[in-house]
Write a protein that binds this ligand. Structure first.
Ligand SMILES: [Zn+2]
Length: 268
């Protein structure tokens, strides 16, 4: 196979010229050593297909049906088994403090998120400002950015993972006064000891990109940090596809800005 010889030569030449004669042996800095010691191990269940919600939670071995006593009863909810066990412990503990945590949304797969996204994309479902996004925002990137204020692109939602939940009420205002404020304060104080963290905190210097604040959205970090790390290592904007408007994912940098644009406390 003569063609192998020139291509092999090219490979050898290319790799030699990449490292080049100027390459020096590198020494690890203390910071790098610290990171190396803290390498996150990713469970083999967590693949790129899992990350993008390409499965049915009702048929996935790692998922369980949530006890309806802990939900609003609007539909059957599913969570990763470990998330459910941690949430149940947290909700039972909250109940002893007079706080009722109510699941309003849990696992949503790619197809579910696609129906939400495309509804908003085509205008058959109004966006939060009460507008038909297809009419008001004809430019695809602008439209995608408006929808992204509160809805994920299919394939990028933390709700795919079975690690994330929406609790009690879908407005930040609810959590700023009265019983809602008590619930929120309880979660902020006690959530971390059960493994839960709020990924979408208020935007600011520490969180310049991503979704707006969502005081109702909580994430089970022992699992979610593995999936966040998998996204950081392997998920590309080009792998976000299969729905209307997907061509805007690379223009926006949806993985870097939205998937990874979370509260840094949720990475620990
Ligand atoms: Zn949510």
């Amino acid at each position: 196979m003569n063609w192998l010889i020139p291509s092999l030569c090219l490979f050898v030449f290319a790799s030699f010229s990449c490292t080049g004669p100027s390459a020096k042996p590198t020494e690890t800095t203390p910071e790098q050593e610290e990171i190396a010691e803290d390498i996150i191990e990713i469970d083999t269940t967590f693949t790129l297909d899992y990350l993008r919600g390409y499965f049915q939670p009702s048929k996935h071995h790692a998922f369980v049906k949530v006890d309806p006593a802990y939900t609003d009863g609007a539909r059957v909810y599913y969570l990763h088994r470990e998330t459910w066990e941690a949430f149940k412990n947290m909700a039972d503990s909250a109940a002893t403090d007079g706080i009722k945590l109510v699941i309003r949304s849990a696992a949503r797969n790619f197809e579910h998120q696609k129906s939400i996204w495309e509804g908003k994309w085509t205008g058959s479902r109004l966006i939060e400002e009460g507008a038909n996004a297809a009419e008001k925002y004809p430019d695809p990137k602008t439209r995608a950015l408006r929808i992204l204020l509160y809805s994920s692109m299919p394939g990028t939602s933390r709700h795919h993972w079975g690690t994330d939940l929406d609790l009690n009420n879908f407005t930040n205002e609810f959590f700023k006064q009265g019983k809602g404020a008590e619930i929120y304060q309880w979660l902020v104080t006690n959530g971390p000891s059960f493994g839960f963290c709020q990924p979408y905190t208020a935007k600011g210097p520490d969180r310049p990109h991503g979704y707006e604040e969502e005081r109702w959205h909580w994430s089970y970090i022992p699992l979610a940090r593995q999936l966040t790390e998998l996204a950081r290592r392997n998920l590309t904007d080009e792998a976000i596809n299969g729905f209307q408007g997907a061509e805007t994912a690379p223009q926006i940098g949806v993985v870097e800005k939205y998937v990874l644009g979370i509260n840094k406390e949720c990475l620990k």
